[in-house]
Structure formats: structure tokens, C-alpha cells
Ligand binder design. Structure first.
Ligand code: M6P
Ligand code: ZN
Length: 189
């Protein structure tokens, strides 16, 4: 038996950076078709801001192993809609996940394959359990970076397809200075 070696790393709690992790950057241009307000999207595209960064320590896609990653989700809006991550089902749909809030304010939007949605607010210290089969997207509803840790099975994989096409059945928007969860007018089952 060849044993892997254990390791410990310190997450920078101010910046979200995990030393030695693989860094992924998602700009607004990588989120084409995701936001409702196309005019606002095209206007902001001139700056093409970074919407989020992911620092991931990933293992081979094997049953029983675990990956972990921090996400730094920047504050901002496209029209009234707060910045969010793409959101995904797991390719192995029955794989669960745990998120842990580190810094900033936001929440998680979850959805079953049938389109039943749930919104869970997150701040520093919040643990969110993502059950098997639920798609999940995080949203920054604050005015500083929203930073969190995610721990997920190494063989979970990402299935972006149906969220990229149909989105979530709910939108998280700003209205009168408040965070509102509203029906997505473009949602169809
Ligand atoms: C978390 C984890 C990652 C995921 C990342 C960004 O860190 O769930 O697996 O990649 O968020 O989310 P997305 O892949 O939906 O853009
Ligand atoms: Zn996931």
C-alpha cells in the first residue's frame, strides 16, 4: 500500500488565498448569458471585472477522497442582480458538499433538478450542507469580498449544463436597499 501524505495549510482569512493551490479566475466575460439584464451586462463588460477567484487543492477523481477550495466572490451587481458563481450540479449527482463562510456577507441558492429552490444566508462561521442532487450557487450580497471554503468529494465533478441554459428558478436582487429573493421570469421547467 502506497499511502498519501497528510498535509496542513493555512488559509489566509483576509484574502482567501490557499498557498500552493491551483488558482482559477472567472471574469464577467466568462458568465455570458447568466445574468438577466443583458444591457447592464454589456455595459459592464467594457471593464470585464473579475467576478470570482477559486483556489483549489484537488486530488485524483477517486471515490472516497476529498477536494477543498476557497472562493473569493467580489461585490458587484449586473443591473439589480448581485454577483454570483456559475453554479452547478455535481456530475456524480448524488455527491454532497460542505461550505464554510470565512469573510463577508452572502448566501447560497440551491435547487433540485425539478426547480425547487432554497436560499440560505451566509456570513463568517456559517456552515452550509449541500445535500446530494441539489445544484448550488453562491451570491455576494454585501459590499466587500465574500470568502468561503468548500469541501467536496474528489469524484463529484461539475455539471454546468442545465444551470447555464436555464438558470435558477429564483433570482437574488437588490430592491430598496434590501436583499430580495424573487421568481426568475425566464425560468421554465
Ligand atoms: C466552490 C466549490 C467548487 C466550485 C467553486 C465555484 O469553491 O463548489 O467546486 O468550482 O465554488 O463555483 P462554480 O464552479 O459553480 O463556478
Ligand atoms: Zn459543488
Amino acid at each position: 500500500m502506497e499511502y498519501k501524505l497528510p498535509m496542513g495549510v493555512n488559509i489566509n482569512l483576509e484574502t482567501g488565498v490557499i498557498p500552493g493551490a491551483k488558482k482559477l479566475v472567472r471574469r464577467l466575460s466568462n458568465l455570458k448569458g447568466y445574468f438577466q439584464d443583458e444591457e447592464a451586462y454589456n455595459e459592464l463588460l467594457k471593464e470585464d471585472p473579475v467576478v470570482y477567484e477559486v483556489y483549489a487543492i484537488e486530488q485524483e477523481e477517486k471515490d472516497g477522497d476529498l477536494n477543498f477550495a476557497t472562493t473569493v466572490l467580489y461585490p458587484g451587481k449586473v443591473g439589480k442582480e448581485f454577483f454570483f458563481t456559475k453554479g452547478h450540479f455535481h456530475a456524480k449527482a448524488d455527491r454532497a458538499e460542505i461550505y464554510y463562510g470565512i469573510k463577508g456577507e452572502g448566501g447560497m441558492l440551491l435547487q433540485t433538478p425539478e426547480g425547487k429552490a432554497e436560499w440560505i444566508e451566509m456570513g463568517p462561521g456559517t456552515v452550509v450542507y449541500v445535500p446530494p442532487y441539489w445544484a448550488h450557487r453562491t451570491v455576494n450580497t454585501g459590499d466587500e469580498p465574500f470568502i468561503f471554503l468548500a469541501v467536496y468529494p474528489a469524484d463529484a465533478g461539475h455539471d454546468y449544463g442545465s444551470i447555464a441554459e436555464k438558470g435558477f428558478s429564483k433570482l437574488i436582487i437588490e430592491g430598496n436597499g434590501e436583499v430580495k429573493v424573487v421568481d426568475n421570469p425566464r425560468w421554465k421547467e
